[in-house]
Design a protein around this ligand. Structure first.
Ligand code: 5GP
Length: 185
């Protein structure tokens, strides 16, 4: 069986982070990639666990040295996938990237064999309730994120698979099945 590069995307608040964490905890062959970002850590986040938190200068240096598989800017901050980190891990593991839609499509350009999975909410109302409920964003940020949701969902037709997160465990199982199927292709 080959190792696969799997991209999980979906609107902010859809639960993709939780899904990615459960999959990597349950499946020791699947390594979660850690992105770099210039945004400040939220309460409870740790450098080198959720993200590598870096300054803008360091990030821009990484860009100029071609150190990212892809990167983009959201809400005024940079986010990028460290190239070395992913390529090294892919030699021994499946690698899971949890990144936005543009990032996923950019990864597909450089890695056509990457498997793109879009996680979608059962409804937009449900998603807004989740975003408000986690109390980590201001009202202005929530509005910005809601505006982005429609854009993200409009790109789902370019993704290889769409998984509805109406039930966390069912969504995890569906993604595990996709990974297994792709590994055996
Ligand atoms: P958050 O600030 O909520 O952690 O993430 C904001 C957005 O950045 C999310 O849509 C998340 O998927 C995206 N993101 C996280 N890491 C990366 C990355 O490495 N590259 C890109 N393009 N987007 C990322």
């Amino acid at each position: 069986m080959k190792n696969v590069l799997v991209v999980i995307s979906g609107p902010s608040g859809v639960g993709k982070g939780t899904i990615a964490r459960i999959i990597t905890e349950k499946n020791k062959n699947v390594a979660l990639s850690i992105s770099c970002t210039t945004r400040f850590p939220r309460d409870g986040e740790k450098d080198g666990r959720e993200y590598f938190f870096v300054g803008r200068d360091d990030f821009e240096k990484g860009v100029s040295e071609n150190g990212f598989l892809e990167y983009s800017e959201h809400f005024g901050n940079y986010y990028g996938t460290p190239k070395d980190f992913v390529l090294k891990r892919l030699k021994s593991n499946d690698v899971l990237l949890e990144i936005d839609v543009n990032g996923g499509l950019n990864v597909k350009k450089s890695f056509p064999e990457a498997v793109l999975i879009m996680v979608v909410p059962p409804s937009l109302e449900e998603l807004k309730a989740r975003l408000v409920g986690r109390h980590t964003e201001s009202a202005k940020d929530i509005k910005l994120r809601m505006d982005r949701i429609e854009y993200e969902l409009s790109k789902s037709s370019y993704y290889d698979y769409t998984v509805v997160n109406d039930d966390l465990h069912r969504a995890v199982e569906k993604i595990e099945e996709i990974i297994l199927k792709e590994k055996n292709k």
